[in-house]
Design a protein around this ligand. Structure first.
Ligand code: DUC
Ligand code: ZN
Ligand code: ZN
Length: 493
């Protein structure tokens, strides 16, 4: 029965999908999952490579649907330090096999297709893992809206819009235009929900009092900014009757708004990130300028109760996905990095100019698994399967279905075979000089990462063993959570 030669066989894994956990062997052929069979039943089949998982977790490769690479200045001063090569290298070393990055439209450009061309150009032949792109819309002209159909033809089925940042913020009527077009073209709209005008006002209040240090970043963006914008985004999507995804939710108040909308049957989805599960605003209140390392938006919240509420939101399904929001700025760089916010008259920097974002693509899976809080199925659901479903990659990604799924695997160390150890930036593979989690103890780490059947990360034998350029652009269909609807009718109101 199993006499055909396979390219690779993974023996005796504790195979975890979003649905099940069981002890299996996995056979791989031509980059696809070929077969799942009882553990050790494939030990004698012919295969070019055999990996003995020794009972360790074997999971569909991580899908990180929120990664910033090769972007211009968008979030304050500075620009992300990772390109598609270093960002995807860091991804595979952390067990992530597919990333979705952003193609930012220039605000002066009436089209969105130049942004897509440019991002695809940057990514071509550069990545270690498979990738896709979200179009970041900052100028929803009539032309841009008409081009949504072209995005779909080119395999891009999601966009991101902002309710804050001077160079990105859309007005409510523009958001409605975008949502209506997204509904027509079956595009998923990601929304950065913070009230930009409240933020500007708060920033001015703080600056007038010369309260400029990094910790005031959190003061300038209280939860009400996020919860108001979240509510408004939900109301706008309710008017147009189209799904939205609120990205990087940090606030329990916003999460409550989302939960209420979901309970009433609205197609509102939400993402959270490790920085809102492990960090509080104390991380911004460090000696000197150090707190700038953890400046991201929305900011980490007040205390343990807030972290607890985000974990609970993952457990109870409020959060559909858990992404990194990897937004990598070098700390010790006063041109493009965090220190660009320091000037002679503000030696501790001005929080309003600190580039917003933290690195995290490599640490996302190990930190969350090591917290030992989610069931293994829930872990796979929010870090791999749901992002694949939400963004039209399923079941090619995020699943282990023979004949259908790419052989993208994350294989961990067997139970108790690795001493818990502190994560340190020096062991990571991005282009950044720090992580917010330096010294945090993890109990496991991906031992092998496979992309389409090729081992690209072998922690004990060479580390990165994949090849730059191996990663392919993955064309996506519509979200599994989106459905065709009749034309929106204003007369219904
Ligand atoms: N939004 C993001 O999605 N990433 C980094 C900064 C931001 O505001
Ligand atoms: Zn954002
Ligand atoms: Zn982001």
């Amino acid at each position: 029965m199993f006499d055909s030669a396979f390219d690779c066989v993974v023996l005796d894994g504790t195979v975890v999908t979003a649905a099940d956990v069981g002890r299996y062997d996995i056979a791989i052929k031509d980059g696809k999952i070929a077969l799942l069979a009882p553990a050790r039943s494939l030990s004698k089949v012919k295969a070019t490579r055999i990996i003995d998982a020794q009972g360790a977790y074997v999971m569909p490769g991580g899908v990180d649907a929120h990664v910033h690479l090769s972007e211009p200045q968008l979030f304050g001063k500075g620009r992300p330090a990772d390109d598609f090569t270093s960002g995807s290298r860091s991804a595979i070393a952390g067990g992530t096999t597919t990333i979705i990055a952003f193609a930012p439209q220039d605000r002066s450009d009436p089209s969105i297709l130049n942004a897509l061309d440019e991002a695809q150009q940057k990514a071509r032949d550069a990545a270690y893992c498979d990738y896709s792109l979200h179009l970041l819309i900052s100028n929803p002209t009539e032309q841009a809206l008409e081009e949504f159909a072209v995005l779909r033809e080119r395999g891009v089925s999601s966009i991101k819009i902002y309710m804050t940042y001077e160079v990105l913020q859309l007005r409510d009527n523009q958001i409605l235009d975008v949502l209506l077009q997204a509904r027509k073209d079956l595009i998923t709209t990601m929304i950065h929900a913070e009230n930009g005008d409240m933020l500007t006002w708060m920033t001015e209040q703080l600056e007038r009092r010369r309260l400029l240090a990094p910790k005031y970043h959190a003061t300038s963006r209280p939860q009400i900014l996020e919860s108001e914008a979240t509510n408004r985004a939900i109301a706008l999507s309710q008017l147009v009757e189209t799904p939205i995804l609120i990205v990087h939710v940090s606030s329990p108040l916003a999460a409550n708004n989302i939960r209420t909308a979901q309970t009433s049957g609205l197609p509102v989805f939400a993402e959270t990130c490790p920085q809102y599960m492990f960090l509080t605003r104390k991380a911004l209140d460090q000696p000197g300028f150090e707190g700038a390392k953890c400046v991201c938006s929305p900011p980490p919240r007040d205390g343990e109760a807030d972290l607890e509420s985000i974990w609970r939101g993952i457990e109870n399904g409020t959060f559909t996905i858990l992404s990194s929001d990897h937004c990598p700025f070098i700390y010790d760089d006063n041109v493009d990095g965090k220190k660009s916010a320091i000037s002679e008259d503000a030696p501790l920097g001005r929080f309003r100019y600190i580039p917003n974002g933290c690195p995290g693509v490599e640490t996302r899976l190990a930190l969350v698994l090591s917290a030992d809080r989610l069931s293994p199925q829930k872990f796979v659901e929010v870090t791999s399967t749901n992002p694949a479903k939400l963004y039209g990659l399923y079941p090619q990604k995020g699943a282990l279905i023979p004949g259908l799924s790419d052989a993208d695997l994350t294989i961990w160390y067997p139970p108790s075979s690795l001493e818990p150890f502190p994560v340190t930036n020096s062991a990571l593979h991005h282009n950044v000089d720090y992580i917010p989690y330096e010294g945090q103890i993890v109990s496991n780490w991906p031992r092998y990462t496979l992309v389409r059947g090729e081992v690209v990360w072998d922690r004990d034998n060479g580390g990165i063993v994949g090849r730059k350029g191996y990663g392919q652009f993955v064309k996506r269909g519509p979200s599994a959570f989106c459905r065709e609807q009749p034309e929106w009718d204003v007369e219904r109101y």
